[in-house]
Design a binder for this molecule. Structure first.
Ligand code: ATP
Length: 483
């Protein structure tokens, strides 16, 4: 993990937020390469789940054709949204402090069995004689803010802790404006905020992060099939972009682990290198949420009552938080019935996924130098769709017109992809830099180019160089990238 974080800093993938002031816990910035990597990841997700989806196709294993559409909702929403959704009352973690002088550490109660006490020798919190832990106290994860000029309770609002609620409250808008029919999905990518007690493990647990969420609305009769479909499809997406399946696992939640609204949840987990051997960390949760969310936004805050839900009442017997009162049901004209659709929610984190792809890509190997001696190298074997730059172009030397030819090639390729141009330092060092940046192909203009308009095309993973005609580069690289 140390090697990876130092490479991420050195090459400009990830920086600590406000670093020149000593940083601020739980916030991170993406540098010039990191922003490209994360954008590529989000674009791959949007392309594969939304814009590239064929709304007319009937998919094998899925009950019927389905449409996918998108939204981009505001971060600050009406405070009632969070009261009705349950976040205001329930989105808490339990916090434990150590009172011991020289320690004063803070832990999440459920993380104590896997946390380290800062005192030496290293033990779990509570295991040293000196440890003096408080009872667990509730701590709200939602960031509070005020809207407008008045700073009083009536102006309080929250930064969203998830993007999903924006989708539920727009359900009717989407239905009315697109005329989609169930089953259909609404996707959203955007920032979420959680005041995590112990942000840690690099970008894995931060206080500001990006989510990629889908709310998929379907008929209750086939919601179980859709749940299985999405769970397996989302797992396959990670492997299609290069996460090796032995580092990835699908874990179905036990009944006692399910959230109060869920009839089934599975986590897609990755064996991050900061975890102990055999441990996995959550990349994405896929949940069957039943009709909980749409019903809550119609009726008010619900609580579980046996197999169903009922309105939560206060001490006066009134609804604890009232819903919008708007009709969020759906008339199924095929079945001629009015239903509240069930929801399947694949909820992924763009930062955790970016981190997992970086961890997976980080490789140390050895390649032969010009004297045939093995030299260690670090290479990021990122999937070409994710790689920040697809190609780098170099003139071998800054003479004999080579820079001009290389720049022309750079400009031609730049019309198609993100391309990097570099003419400084030895060509070996330039290759090494691109290996560390994850660039799949390097093109070098050399003296032979001047004679027959061919260049070398080097493959990042094999380091094999082939000689190809400059005029074929676009077609050839296109073919290699899609392969
Ligand atoms: P955890 O148990 O790790 O706190 P969670 O179960 O609360 O996660 P969800 O509410 O299911 O997470 O959020 C969906 C996804 O959003 C997670 O799978 C993860 O990828 C991402 N995510 C959640 N919290 C954070 C965070 N603090 N930092 C980065 N990503 C996060």
């Amino acid at each position: 993990m140390e090697k990876l974080t130092s490479l991420a800093k050195r090459r400009g993938f990830i920086f600590q937020s406000s670093e020149i002031y000593g940083g601020i816990g739980g916030f991170w910035d993406y540098g010039p390469l990191g922003v490209e990597l994360k954008r590529n990841l989000k674009e791959a997700w949007w392309r594969d789940m939304v814009s590239g989806h064929d709304d007319l196709a009937t998919l094998p294993g899925a009950p019927s054709p389905y449409a996918m559409t998108g939204l981009d909702c505001s971060i600050v929403m009406h405070p009632q949204v969070w009261k009705v959704s349950g976040h205001y009352d329930l989105f808490h973690d339990l916090l434990v402090d150590c009172r011991t002088e020289g320690c004063k550490a803070r832990f999440r109660a459920d993380h104590i069995p896997t946390s380290q006490c800062p005192l030496k020798p290293s033990r779990h919190p509570g295991e040293h004689d000196k440890c003096d832990l408080t009872e667990p106290r509730e701590f709200s994860l939602m960031f509070k803010t005020n809207v407008g000029a008045l700073f009083d309770p009536s102006s309080e609002a929250y930064l969203r802790p998830e993007t999903a609620q924006g989708i539920f409250v727009n359900f009717k808008n989407v239905l009315d404006t697109t005329r989609v029919k169930i089953p259909f999905g609404i996707a959203q990518i955007g920032k979420s905020f959680r005041n995590e007690i112990t942000p840690r493990n690099y970008t894995f647990r931060s206080r500001e992060f990006e989510q990629m969420e889908i709310e998929f609305f379907c008929h209750p009769a086939n919601s179980q099939q859709w749940y299985t479909y999405w769970r397996d499809r989302r797992f396959a997406w990670y492997t299609s972009l290069g996460l090796r399946s032995e580092n990835l696992r699908l874990r179905n939640h036990d009944a006692n682990e399910l959230s109060h609204y869920s009839c089934g949840t599975a986590d897609i987990e990755y064996a991050f290198p900061f975890l102990l051997a055999g441990e996995f960390g959550e990349l994405e949760g896929v949940a069957h949420r039943g009709d909980f969310d749409l019903r809550s936004h119609m009726e008010g805050k619900l609580v579980r009552a046996g197999d169903d839900f009922t309105l939560e009442l206060d001490q006066q017997g009134q609804p604890r938080y009232v819903g919008s009162g708007k009709e969020l049901s759906y008339f199924d004209d095929q079945r001629q019935e009015r239903i509240v659709p069930h929801v399947i929610e694949p909820s992924a984190g763009a930062d955790r996924a970016t981190l997992a792809f970086l961890c997976e890509a980080y490789t140390e190997d050895a390649i032969e130098d010009s004297q045939g001696k093995p030299q260690p190298r670090v290479v990021l074997k990122l999937h070409p769709r994710l790689a920040p730059f697809k190609v780098a172009v170099f003139p071998l030397v800054k003479r004999e017109g080579m820079p001009k030819i290389a720049q022309d090639i750079y400009r031609e390729l730049k019309r198609h992809w993100n391309v990097f141009y570099d003419e400084t330092g030895s060509v070996g060092r330039r290759y090494r830099r691109q290996d560390e940046s994850g660039t799949p192909f390097c093109i070098t203009v050399d003296s032979q180019t001047l004679e027959n308009q061919t260049v070398t095309l080097r493959d990042r993973d094999t380091t094999i160089q082939e000689r190809v005609a400059s005029k074929d580069l676009v077609a050839l690289i296109q073919e290699k990238l899609t392969a």
